[in-house]
Ligand binder design. Structure first.
Ligand SMILES: [Fe+2]
Ligand SMILES: [Fe+2]
Length: 329
């Protein structure tokens, strides 16, 4: 996902920029040119991108945790191989995105520290638990599905390294979405117990998936600036509506019920009307009160600490090679 401004707070400070440079920058953006790392850019643009790309990278990495928990419990070898590949893809997405953020003048260590200290956000979706195997289906289908909806327009975002990272990520996300839907299809064609599990997972993941698009437009003060600078190409509410319109028929096709009594086709709009997201729950999860928020961060910090010996060994090896090279010269 994982790309929306999660806080809904106005974050970009106003720095007095050279009006000539600013006008030239805005003209380039309006002309759909990519902005590259060495190009001049307004400070607020740089800061917004660092926040958004690092938040996105953290979400990919934290997103490996709920699914990683199911690798040992996948029901057969085929499912296990697919899930391993998916979790590995998410690790790769995190790496491309950290690299893209680094081109804006922040280091990977700074981003990792901010995450572990609880200063950086990641997608609220990963603070919900994965209770059964059907959750792996629901996550692939709904969570990766919502991620694609957010990310496809980002292939045309104005910052070059971010846009290019998104091309491969989107291809992989579309595989993730299909594997999730295929799990749901298999379960809905299975026993009554499997069908109940699939519906239960749908009931728990539907609303958190809608929250992934971020707060409603009238409570998202950064949206306007981000659209103007083409960091963002569509608003939170537009993307949420698209997701509901595409996902509802997919649910119906396999006999799943969308857990929203207000959901109704609106022929006039050519779209579904749907119920209000529980924004209080959303803001609580953003504040770190999600059901498994503490466990997730603890698991992340443990993984970082457990991996310290690998980083130390790689560093020692690099130093040894460098000094051997100096000695040989
Ligand atoms: Fe991903
Ligand atoms: Fe994914």
């Amino acid at each position: 996902m994982y790309t929306t401004d999660l806080t809904g707070k106005k974050q970009a400070e106003t720095v007095a920029e050279d009006p000539k440079k600013l006008a030239a920058f805005e003209a380039r953006v309006a002309n759909d040119e990519f902005i590259e790392p060495k190009d001049w850019m307004p400070e607020a643009y740089r800061k917004t991108l660092i926040r958004q790309i690092s938040q996105h990278a953290h979400s990919e990495i934290v997103g490996m945790l709920p699914e990683g928990n199911w690798i040992t419990r996948a029901p057969n070898l085929r499912r296990k191989a697919i899930l391993i590949a998916k979790v590995q893809d998410e690790g790769g997405h995190g790496l491309y995105l950290y690299s893209a953020a680094e081109t804006l003048g922040i280091s990977r260590d700074e981003m990792t520290e901010a995450l572990h200290a609880g200063k950086a956000k990641y997608s609220t979706i990963f603070n919900y638990p994965t209770l059964t195997w059907a959750d792996i289906g629901a996550i692939g289908w709904l969570v990766d599905g919502a991620a694609i909806m957010n990310q496809v327009p980002l292939q045309r975002t104005s910052y070059g390294p971010y846009a290019r990272a998104m091309v491969r990520i989107c291809k992989e996300e579309s595989f993730h979405q299909r594997q999730g839907y295929e799990i749901m299809m298999a379960m809905m064609a299975g026993t009554p117990d499997q069908q109940r599990m699939a519906q239960d997972a749908m009931n728990r993941w539907w609303w958190p998936a809608l929250m992934m698009f971020g707060p409603p437009d009238d409570r998202s003060p950064n949206t306007e600036q981000s659209l103007r600078w083409r960091i963002k190409r569509e608003t939170n509410d537009e993307l949420r509506q698209k997701f509901v319109d595409i996902t509802t028929p997919q649910a119906e096709a396999i006999g799943l019920k969308v857990p929203d009594p207000a959901l109704k086709w609106n022929a006039k709009r050519g779209s579904y009307d749907f119920g209000e997201v529980d924004w209080e729950e959303f803001y609580a999860v953003v504040r770190g009160e999600g059901p498994v928020a503490k466990e997730r961060m603890q698991a992340r910090v443990n993984a970082w600490e457990d991996g310290a010996w690998v980083r130390d060994a790689a560093r020692a090896h690099a130093e040894k090679r460098a000094s051997a090279k100096v000695a040989a010269e």
